[in-house]
Structures are given as C-alpha cells and as structure tokens.
Design a protein around this ligand. Structure first.
Ligand code: TYM
Length: 323
C-alpha cells in the first residue's frame, strides 16, 4: 500500500474522508507506506519557511488522524532521492501526448500565469512514488484515478521494453466520499487551494464554524432527501459525508430523512464528533515536533532501503552502471 499527500495548505475534509480515513484502515491490512510529497508542492513557487512548516504540520496531522508509525512507514518524499531519480526515467517513458491529456494539468494550467515544466511532468513523479515500492494498492480520492491509470500504463510499458521490473498497481477509491464536493458549489470538488472558504471544511478549523458551514450548505429547491449525485449533488454530498463519518450507506441514510434541516444538523454533529479527537491529538503532537521528526527520519530510512533496491534493478535493466 502506498499513498501521498501534498503539503500545500490546510488539509480539508475531502482529503480526510476520501483518502486519509482509508489509509488508517489499510495500515492494518498490508504493509503501508505513506508520504508527504513536498517535491510535488514545488510545481508552483513556495515560501521556504511556509513549506518547512506545512510539511511538519501535515506529518503531525497524519499521526493525529491515526497513522501508526509502529505499523506503517511515514516519510517525506524529498528525504528519499530515489523518487526524483526514477521520476526522470519515467519522464522518458511517458509520452508528451499522455501528459497533455491529464485533466489535472489542464485544470491547473488553464488560468495560471506561469506553468512550470514540473506541473506538466507531475504524473511521472507520482508514478515514481508508487512504483518504487512494489505497490499493489494506492488508496486515493476519485480525482487521482487518471494519474493512477497512467502509472499502470507506464509500469506495463517499462516492463515490456526492459523486462519485468515494476508491480502494476491498482487504485483503491473509497466506496463513499471518494469525491467530497464544495458545500457552496456542489458541482466542484472540495479543495484546499480553492477560493471557497464557506464551501470548504478544514480538518483543524474551529468546530462551531464547521457546524455552521454544514448547516448553511447549498442543497436544492425540492425538498426530498434522496441519494442521487447527478441530480441532487448538494444533498448527496451531505449524505456521502455523513456515511463516511458513521459507516452507514448513503442510500440507507437517505431513507431516514424527509427534510433537509435534520440531515444538515446530523451531518454537522457527525463531522464535529469525527474531527474533535483528531484535533485533540493534533494539539498534543504539535507540542512535540522532535518526536515527529524522529518518526520521519526512521520512515525515510525504511523507505530508502526499499527504494534503493528497486533503483538498483531499474539501473541494471536500463544499462546504467551499478552503484
Ligand atoms: P492531494 O494532496 O491533492 O490530495 C490527497 C488525497 O486527498 C484526496 N482528495 C479528495 N478525496 C475526496 N474528495 C475530495 N474533495 C478530495 N480532495 C482531495 C486525493 O484524491 C488524494 O488521495 N497527486 C496527489 C498526491 C500524490 C500521490 C502520490 C497520491 C503524489 N504522489 C502517490 C498517491 C500516490 C495529490 O495531489 O493529492
């Protein structure tokens, strides 16, 4: 199991319910490796002090959410240089046309003033993250599915050109809340980098404010509670969030409500109770940065052992000198 998250701003409810929730469950099922992908943050200019701080805070949040360093490996991407080394090789494996078709690239470059080469080749670095560790499963939200498909294609292409080298991974997308939508505009996904403060719930946000935002979520003019993401995106989004917090299927939840008000109130309560212990654990961890640093150093050592073995094989396959 391998997955990653960018330290590019506060973690929002979509990250938590779509991805991190399953990371915590998955770590007990198989060997799990989780990564704070700081190099991926560099596709746009970053303030060095801010990046240093957000990388640390994100690692602390992952621990607060329940990643257990005694069972899972947690590390920072730039601590393991094999990621950038393999990334170059995969840039030479992917085609220009494939990269150009990535919807995330199209979205992010559409109205950007400066589009870095790194934004374009981003999926090659992501593929490197995954392929270095013989990953079978990659727990991600729905928005990463296309990058995963490309990763599979690159693994298969490399294997057929140079001989069996990489495991071809599968995306494991959460059954519910795989795409948490903006509370004010439920036709677009909730996103930490979006300019929609009222539509985005931050994991570390004041809990009264969390409840208020959910109670004011946009629904629709009918008054029927039904799980139907295409026709009723706002209501279905709330049902998906409530389902992720309670473990009850969204369709089953829908049958328990006849009006929006109680659904919003219950969703607000469920999210608040979901976030409360995470915030409390985060506050404890925040007072011990040295402890977190130690976890990350150990994580990077473990990751490097595995990554170095894979890179040795890749180098041999390609005819690059052994180290
Ligand atoms: P990132 O940092 O944008 O998001 C981290 C995880 O959160 C999921 N997610 C969501 N899920 C449901 N609803 C939403 N509104 C929502 N917003 C975000 C994302 O799908 C993701 O799983 N490219 C990746 C990071 C990455 C990575 C990797 C992931 C780099 N290397 C290797 C897996 C494996 C990204 O930008 O995620």
């Amino acid at each position: 199991m391998f997955s990653g998250i960018k330290p590019t701003g506060p973690v929002q409810l979509g990250n938590l319910l779509g991805a991190l929730r399953t990371w915590v469950e998955d770590q007990h099922r198989a060997e799990s490796i989780y990564c704070v992908v700081d190099l991926h943050a560099l596709t746009v200019p970053q303030d060095p002090e801010v990046l240093r701080r957000t990388t640390m805070e994100l690692a602390q949040l992952l621990l607060a959410v329940g990643i257990d360093p005694s069972v899972a490996t947690l590390f920072v991407q730039s601590d393991v240089p094999e990621h950038t080394e393999l990334s170059w090789i995969l840039e030479c494996t992917v085609s220009f046309g494939e990269l150009r078709r990535m919807t995330q690239f199209k979205d992010k470059s559409a109205d950007a003033e400066f589009v870095s080469g790194g934004l374009f080749t981003y999926p090659a670095l992501m593929a490197a993250d995954i392929l270095l560790y013989d990953t079978n499963e990659v727990p991600v939200g729905e928005d990463q599915r296309q990058h995963l498909e490309l990763t599979r294609d690159l693994a298969t292409r490399f294997n057929s050109r140079y001989g069996e080298t990489f495991v071809v991974p599968e995306a494991t997308v959460a059954r519910v809340a795989a795409r948490v939508m903006d509370l004010q505009d439920p036709t677009r996904k909730m996103s930490k980098s979006d300019e929609s403060p009222q539509g985005t719930i931050l994991v570390l946000e004041d809990l009264d404010q969390v409840a208020r935002k959910i109670r004011r979520a946009v629904t629709d003019t009918e008054n029927e509670v039904r799980f139907d993401p295409a026709i009723k995106p706002g209501v279905s989004n709330l049902l998906g969030v409530l389902a992720a917090c309670t473990g009850v299927a969204p369709q089953e939840l829908a049958s328990r409500y006849t009006q929006y008000g109680p659904l919003k109130a219950d969703t607000a309560d469920a999210v608040v109770e979901y976030l409360r212990p995470i915030q409390a654990r985060y506050a404890e961890l925040a007072s011990d940065p040295a402890g977190t640093r130690e976890v990350l150093v150990r994580g990077a050592e473990r990751a490097r052992e595995l990554a170095a073995l894979k890179m040795a094989l890749v180098r041999e396959r390609l005819g690059l000198p052994a180290r």
